[in-house]
Design a protein around this ligand. Structure first.
Ligand SMILES: Cc1ncc(C[n+]2csc(CCOP(=O)(O)OP(=O)(O)O)c2C)c(N)n1
Ligand SMILES: [Mg+2]
Length: 427
């Protein structure tokens, strides 16, 4: 006999199951859930039979494409710079450009973005300049983060892009909470939160999704399923049906899309934002793609996956697929394409050369902007660091000249102690 749920009070927790009752024990497995993958665009740039492209302006389509090309160029150049010993570390978005471009393009500039570390394209879409990328990567005096973070941990208050943090999945409950704030403010903005399928194994993923579902927070979660968490393939990360199945489990509207298909990602993201803002609820998009590059410049994928596998995915390149569609639309040509790559390469190289020559922030910057008046132990540590660097000067890069620390003026913007004013500064 089926167990009957107890009667519900109007205020008590809901234990009422939905669906039909059964009179024999029936255990469900993942076959009970069949999650389709939205695909619109084929490799040759034509649409799938019966599919239609989302409404999109030629100029927006061209911008999306240009930003994808920009990110690919930036990634190639910066991996090269790391190999030359000019940069300590880098992470690419290579292969996943459509997952980022198609989502960010569907959101408004006052929507908050919380990324993992492979979403530089979202920043670019919002106007982050090459100079700003380089300043962060080289931790120079113009870095908005004052050189305190590892490379690729970008952030921009102006562009509503929350600073990237290293501990995986921490952005997920933060995004739920931030979106709850947006809901309470009633400002019709939402939060766009990116993470990898590996990060979805963290407890924070479950806490964040459940929080967002129960409190009906306007947040769109984008799970970039790129097949790997460093060297661990997705097949060793979970036994269920990807990340999408979990969204449904939490009572969140969920869609799975071909992450190499810009039109599929964009149309899903447009709808997702609408559901989040107009319906005041969370949404989950799982983008199925592949991390074409190494996990980071500290990784070598040849030890854990085959060249054949990489080649199969290279053939599904999201940038080439979009270009083929643009060409078919008559919105692009080969001459413009060649120029675009050439201009980006030149611009990135020029800015790289400039950025690496600028000094690093003054040491005192390490302890500004946290406390109005830095406490004694921080001052002591700074003093010890200064003594250490003075002893081994050739081991450290040139720093911006130290100023007398004096008393902080309490502005909390790092400009009250004589350090370089990076907010307003231009090289
Ligand atoms: C809490 C925590 N555990 C482990 C790590 C080390 N780590 C950095 S990236 C990564 C893999 C993440 O994989 P995924 O979420 O799929 O993102 P992808 O790199 O594939 O984009 C791991 C284990 C970390 N940064 N934080
Ligand atoms: Mg991954």
């Amino acid at each position: 006999m089926a167990v009957q749920p107890s009667a519900q009070s109007s205020t008590g927790p809901s234990t009422q199951a939905t669906g039909q009752q059964s009179v024999t024990p029936l255990f469900l497995d993942s076959s009970a859930l069949s999650i389709p993958t939205l695909t619109i665009l084929q490799a040759d740039g034509s649409l799938m039979a019966g599919a239609s492209a989302p409404e999109i302006d030629p100029s927006l389509a061209q911008k999306i494409y240009a930003d994808m090309v920009y990110t690919r160029s930036l990634d190639e150049r910066m991996v090269g710079a790391q190999r030359q010993g000019r940069l300590s570390f880098y992470l690419t978005c290579t292969g996943e450009e459509a997952s980022i471009a198609g989502t960010i393009a569907a959101f408004k500039s006052d929507d908050m973005v919380m990324g993992q570390y492979r979403e530089q394209l979202a920043l670019r879409f919002r106007g982050f300049t090459t100079e700003q990328f380089m300043s962060q990567l080289f931790s120079n005096i113009y870095d908005l983060g004052k050189g305190r973070q590892m490379p690729v941990h970008y952030g921009s208050r102006e562009l509503n892009f929350m600073t990237i943090r290293s501990p995986l999945a921490t952005q997920i409950p933060q995004a739920a909470g931030y979106a709850y704030g947006q809901k309470r403010a009633g400002n019709k903005a939402c939060t766009l939160c990116y993470f990898g399928e590996g990060a979805a194994s963290e407890g924070d993923f479950h806490a964040g999704l459940n929080l967002a579902a129960v409190l009906k927070c306007p947040v769109v979660f984008v799970a970039r399923n790129n097949g790997y968490a460093i060297s661990t393939p997705a097949s060793q990360q979970y036994a269920g049906d990807g990340i999408a199945a979990r969204g449904i489990g939490y009572g969140i509207k969920t869609i799975r899309v071909d992450g190499n298909d810009i039109l599929a990602v964009y149309s899903a993201a447009l709808e997702a934002r609408k559901l989040a803002v107009e319906g005041q609820q969370p949404v989950l998009i799982e983008t199925m793609s592949y991390r074409l590059g190494a996990h980071s410049t500290s990784d070598d994928p040849s030890g854990y996956r085959s060249r054949d596998e990489e080649q199969q995915w290279r053939e599904k390149d999201p940038i080439r697929r979009m270009k083929n569609w643009l060409l078919k639309q008559g919105w692009w040509d080969e001459e413009r394409d060649a120029k675009l790559y050439e201009n980006y390469r030149r611009e990135i190289l020029e800015q790289l050369k400039l950025a690496e020559k600028h000094p690093k922030p003054a040491l005192q910057e390490l302890i500004t902007d946290v406390y109005q008046t830095p406490p004694a132990q921080l001052r002591e540590q700074l003093q010890a660091l200064e003594t250490h660097i003075a002893k081994y000067p050739d081991r450290y890069p040139p720093l911006s000249p130290s100023q007398d620390f004096g008393t902080d003026n309490g502005t909390g913007n790092g400009t009250g102690n004589g350090a370089v004013d990076k907010e307003g500064a231009q090289p």
